[in-house]
Design a binder for this molecule. Sequence first.
Ligand SMILES: [Ca+2]
Ligand SMILES: [Ca+2]
Length: 123
Amino acid sequence: MPIKKFPAISDADGDDISNILEYGLGTAPNNAADRPASPDGWHRMGRGPDGKDYLEIRVPRRRDRQVQFSGEVSNDPEQGWTSGTNHVDKVEDTADALTLRDKTPIGEAGNQRFMRVNATVAP
Ligand SMILES: [Ca+2]
Ligand SMILES: [Ca+2]
């Protein structure tokens, strides 16, 4: 059987989850019935050591896959996103989950705060 190659950002099985995400999450990129729980459920509120509330994203990713997940935050996505350790903390890093936390408490940078996760193939 010939091996088909698909770009990382394409969605070979049409389940709305890209090939790179499926690989990093451990679901099958060639089976639409095998997909992760809705990414809408990944966002949550976290309580920092200072007692303040922070946006968090808990990614049910598999650490043994060569996909790196990083967080990005913004007050206004139309004005751009920021990332890196000055803006996002890693608060959980286990074999099957990664939780990233915004470093700006909710309510301290305006009325809205946005967070997203970026997936890249690890070098
Ligand atoms: Ca897919
Ligand atoms: Ca799939």
